[in-house]
Structures are given as structure tokens and as C-alpha cells.
Ligand binder design. Sequence first.
Ligand SMILES: [Zn+2]
Length: 77
Amino acid sequence: MNLGNVLPVCSACRCTPPEGLTGGIWLKGLFLCGDCLKNLSEWQENERPYLLLKESLAGLWRHHPAWRQHLAYGGKS
Ligand SMILES: [Zn+2]
């Protein structure tokens, strides 16, 4: 997969890290920016970003059907 020209959008806060692909990580087909990674522990107290992440997951699957296949490799069917 060539990601050279792709700018990631964080699935939780919808931002694009200035560092691009190196400004966060891919997590089961979703991109999380560094800020959201740092806030992961706080999500247990405030579930709103987590719910947004779940909505993003559903949206990504809806708009990018090919990702279903991709996710099926590592996810449970
Ligand atoms: Zn983020």
C-alpha cells in the first residue's frame, strides 16, 4: 500500500497531525493522532471521544467498503 500522498485524519478528533502519517498510529484500520493517544487513558472518564471513534469506524466502513476486507484479516468476523 502506498501511503506516500495520503494525509491521515484522526478518527477521534478528526484532525490531521502536522507530522502526517508519523504524527500518530494506525489502530485496526483507524488512525489516531498523537494527542488522542496521550488522551487514551482519559477516555475512561469521558467516553465521548471513544463514541466518536466508534462512529468513525462505522463511517469508514460505509465509505470505504474495501476496508472491510482489510479489517477482516486481523479482526474477528
Ligand atoms: Zn486525534
